[in-house]
Design a binder for this molecule. Sequence first.
Ligand SMILES: Cc1cc2nc3c(=O)[nH]c(=O)nc-3n(C[C@H](O)[C@H](O)[C@H](O)COP(=O)(O)O)c2cc1C
Ligand code: SF4
Ligand code: SF4
Length: 236
Amino acid sequence: MSKIPVWAKLSPNITDLSFLAFSCLQGGADGITAINTMKGYAGIDIESLQPNLNVGGLSTYGGFSGNIIKPFALKSVSEIAIDHDCYISATGGISKWQDAVEFMLLGASSFQICTEVMLNGYNIINPLVKGLESYLERHSHTSLDCLIGTGLKKIDGYSKLDKNIKYQANIDNESCLKCGKCFISCTDGGYQAINKEKNKTYSVNPDKCAGCGLCQHVCPSNSISMISQKSLSAKN
Ligand SMILES: Cc1cc2nc3c(=O)[nH]c(=O)nc-3n(C[C@H](O)[C@H](O)[C@H](O)COP(=O)(O)O)c2cc1C
Ligand code: SF4
Ligand code: SF4
């Protein structure tokens, strides 16, 4: 029996990470670290037909880390936090203080950084600590503990989402750059709900808009907001 605390570090390369956490906690783990790297394939050079990750002409599946795995790490940490009352140390795509705050809001009590330090060195740590301090001050929190898990109440199953709430895109023509990206996305990938006027202004047809948010995602100037039907009717 170990006299020092043992935290089990979980690989995300399985179906149910929360069940794995359960098994570790049942087996005596003092806490959980999530997540390790995610398996992937680094690609193939389409001209030489050589694998990008090349060891004497042969390749294998590798572990991916950094920003690309952050959404999966957020899901894993929050699922474990919802299912189990345990300490969680978050890792997976944390590169700045805002990422760390997100993980703590979703149940982590500490966090670890690997890839970002490998890319940019220990110099990232001071700005990260300063950012956390000013965030706590701005929100009148006395310590990071105030954050842990407070965002979990905003997560539920898909079936629990209110299907009656409808969102509708709204374009602010003042800040619009008239680039037309929203028009292309909505026309070719969405619902053909954006009208292009002769003077290159864009407007949303409320009858066609499905509230998918694609236009907002592609807009380079944050000129599109999604307004819920509730607030639309409150405005009228
Ligand atoms: C080059 C490299 C080597 C790693 N070696 C280990 C290791 O030996 N043991 C381990 O538990 N995790 C290892 N990891 C995983 C990291 O500790 C971390 O869990 C993962 O990379 C996600 O965090 P990040 O996005 O901050 O890198 C390694 C990651 C990288 C990129
Ligand atoms: S929210 Fe979707 S459907 Fe509505 S305008 Fe934007 S892209 Fe089109
Ligand atoms: S994507 Fe944004 S900036 Fe471009 S036309 Fe649409 S609203 Fe304007």
